[in-house]
Design a binder for this molecule. Structure first.
Ligand SMILES: *[C@@H]1O[C@H](CO)[C@@H](O)[C@H](O)[C@H]1NC(C)=O
Ligand SMILES: *[C@@H]1O[C@H](CO)[C@@H](O)[C@H](O)[C@H]1NC(C)=O
Ligand SMILES: *[C@@H]1O[C@H](CO)[C@@H](O)[C@H](O)[C@H]1NC(C)=O
Ligand SMILES: *[C@@H]1O[C@H](CO)[C@@H](O)[C@H](O)[C@H]1NC(C)=O
Ligand SMILES: *[C@@H]1O[C@H](CO)[C@@H](O)[C@H](O)[C@H]1NC(C)=O
Ligand SMILES: *[C@@H]1O[C@H](CO)[C@@H](O)[C@H](O)[C@H]1NC(C)=O
Ligand SMILES: *[C@@H]1O[C@H](CO)[C@@H](O)[C@H](O)[C@H]1NC(C)=O
Ligand SMILES: *[C@@H]1O[C@H](CO)[C@@H](O)[C@H](O)[C@H]1NC(C)=O
Ligand SMILES: *[C@@H]1O[C@H](CO)[C@@H](O)[C@H](O)[C@H]1NC(C)=O
Length: 457
């Protein structure tokens, strides 16, 4: 507003037909004149500064409005990277880079230095195609039009696989717990779950309990109500690489915490036993990858266990155990004997240094890819000892050569046989090692670990 435009306004003001209005104009004019006069006398810059102030106010408001309008939403799933969805910045929020410190979890935080103070905003309700859901960054003073601001900390998870599967789900959760461990055990107010950019609203029961236990609170999954109304977060942490980048020490810290919190959640305290005890657990499956002749397998391991002093064997089906029964069972287990499958994820709940014996049906070695190694990794990352895998040489007959991918559909759901000689020798050797170890550290274990208030968070 220039001075000239003000005088023009005053002129139009006097031209008004209403008397009261004219009087008002007069008063304003006198006031303005007095101000100008006092300005000349005292060199007080009230009026010009008033003009400048109003001008700036208007200019700021104007710019903020433009900023709000310029917030640009991009598709969460960037199809340009469909051929390498997990590499580098990935196809999820592909314009943004992670904060990478060697050995630490790779993550993004908003607002942060790297976001220049901008918040994360999300939009879209699609649970089938992630390219119809959107993200944007916006300054808190200039949130996009119609946006809702959610207070507190929000965890935004990208999982390439599945939140229902115990192992894949847990892999997606590990980095968040690692982040919390590094950030004063900060808890999320809510979670936003994505799979390929598509929204998900629940996790499997086991995983959900693990998260509830780890954060001592019920888990809330955000549901967007309106596809046109963005939601912005006061503070958001985004993970899209699972535990990738984390050192073994960091991973072990996370599993130590999960184990500790799960036991606390289930009210499990350590019973006072001083005599060395070795728990051997056969964790059975039904259907795909179950043992063809369970009683034969049970017999072999039972025989070997009986021949070791203090060894006790249990046979359980993970399907009919509650979460806390699984936690309790794993606390008593030093040797976990189980076919390849999600139930093996329970291994992270055993005490550190416990042993895992894994079994696979015919055909997997050649065809199942690196995925068949996940429990070897899982054991290593959580401080357990993977004692090897038995690959059944006998099984379904595939009409194509052994290395033909088409055979995987034949082998995938195969069942597992047994080799009495091999299982017997294997069990003896594992139990032998355990016994030596137990004698050394069982006393410390019984008194040091597993107390209810030893958790890091
Ligand atoms: C603010 O300035 C813009 C142009 O700079 C103008 O169009 C607008 O009318 C002004 N608004 C007010 C409330 O003075
Ligand atoms: C990255 O994370 C570290 C802590 O792990 C933090 O000190 C640093 O400021 C972060 N960098 C950015 C750009 O956010
Ligand atoms: C904001 O919401 C109103 C009412 O729901 C709607 O009419 C308008 O188009 C929205 N604006 C934008 C930019 O989405
Ligand atoms: C653990 O104990 C507390 C207090 O006695 C109880 O409220 C809670 O329900 C118990 N938790 C489980 C999983 O049993
Ligand atoms: C299972 O194995 C035992 C030997 O340990 C054998 O006696 C039994 O017949 C087998 N059962 C079946 C169904 O093959
Ligand atoms: C557990 O499940 C198995 C197979 O589904 C069944 O045979 C067994 O009886 C169940 N055990 C209990 C204690 O429910
Ligand atoms: C695990 O075993 C290693 C040696 O193999 C030992 O140094 C370590 O103290 C053990 N940890 C626990 C928690 O028993
Ligand atoms: C885990 O793997 C690393 C690297 O392969 C190895 O050095 C370490 O000994 C392994 N730890 C256990 C407990 O198997
Ligand atoms: C069973 O295991 C033993 C010991 O490893 C091996 O010598 C034997 O060939 C195996 N039997 C079969 C049928 O694979």
């Amino acid at each position: 507003m220039t001075k000239r435009s003000v005088s023009r306004r005053l002129v139009t003001c006097f031209a008004s037909p209403r008397l009261s209005f004219n009087v008002l104009c007069l008063v304003v004019t006198i006031f303005v004149l007095v101000q100008i006069w006092s300005f000349h006398i005292t060199n007080n810059s009230l009026l010009p500064s008033l003009f400048t102030y109003l001008n700036q106010q208007n200019e700021t408001a104007y710019l903020v409005e433009k900023l709000r309008e310029s917030v640009t939403f991009l598709p969460l799933k960037d199809l340009r990277y469909a051929n390498k969805p997990l590499v580098g910045h990935t196809w999820f929020m592909s314009s943004l880079y992670d904060n990478q410190t060697k050995g630490e979890v790779q993550y993004q935080e908003f607002p942060s230095d790297s976001s220049k103070g901008k918040l994360l905003c999300l939009k879209g309700v699609d649970d089938h195609d992630g390219s119809w859901n959107y993200y944007a960054l916006a300054w808190p003073q200039a949130l996009p039009v119609n946006a809702t601001l959610l207070e507190g900390l929000t965890f935004v998870s990208y999982n390439h696989y599945d939140y229902g599967n115990m192992w894949h789900g847990l892999s997606a959760m590990v980095p968040f717990i690692a982040w919390s461990l590094r950030n004063k055990c900060e808890k999320p107010q809510r979670w936003v779950l994505y799979h390929w950019g598509e929204l998900r609203f629940k996790m499997g029961n086991w995983l959900s309990k693990i998260i509830t236990a780890s954060y001592d609170q019920n888990t809330e999954f955000l549901r967007f109500v309106d596809e046109d109304k963005p939601v912005c977060f006061e503070k958001a942490v985004v993970m899209r690489h699972n535990e990738g980048g984390m050192s073994r020490e960091r991973r072990m810290e996370v599993f130590d915490l999960i184990r500790c919190k799960a036991r606390r959640y289930c009210n499990i305290s350590l019973s006072e036993t001083s005599e060395p005890r070795i728990g051997m657990t056969l964790l059975m499956r039904t259907g795909a990858r179950s043992f063809k002749n369970e009683s034969a397998v049970i017999n072999v391991f039972n025989r070997e266990c009986k021949s070791v002093e203090g060894c006790e064997m249990k046979v359980s089906y993970s399907d009919n155990l509650t979460f806390c029964e699984q936690v309790e069972l794993m606390r008593m287990t030093d040797v976990l004997v189980s076919p390849h499958g999600a139930q093996l994820t329970n291994l992270v709940l055993m005490d550190r240094n416990s042993s895992v014996m894994e079994f696979l049906p015919k055909g997997w070695v050649k065809l199942a890819g690196v995925g068949q190694l996940v429990y070897q990794w899982g054991a290593n990352w959580s401080g357990m000892k993977h004692e090897g895998t038995w690959h059944d040489p006998v099984g379904e007959i595939c009409q194509f050569p052994d290395t033909d991918r088409r055979c995987m559909s034949v082998y995938k759901n195969g069942k597992i046989g047994y080799n009495e000689t091999y299982f017997g020798e294997w069990a003896r050797s594992v139990l032998g090692k355990i016994r030596v170890r137990e004698m050394k550290d069982v006393v410390e274990r019984n008194h040091g670990h597993g107390t209810l208030d030893g958790c890091q968070c």
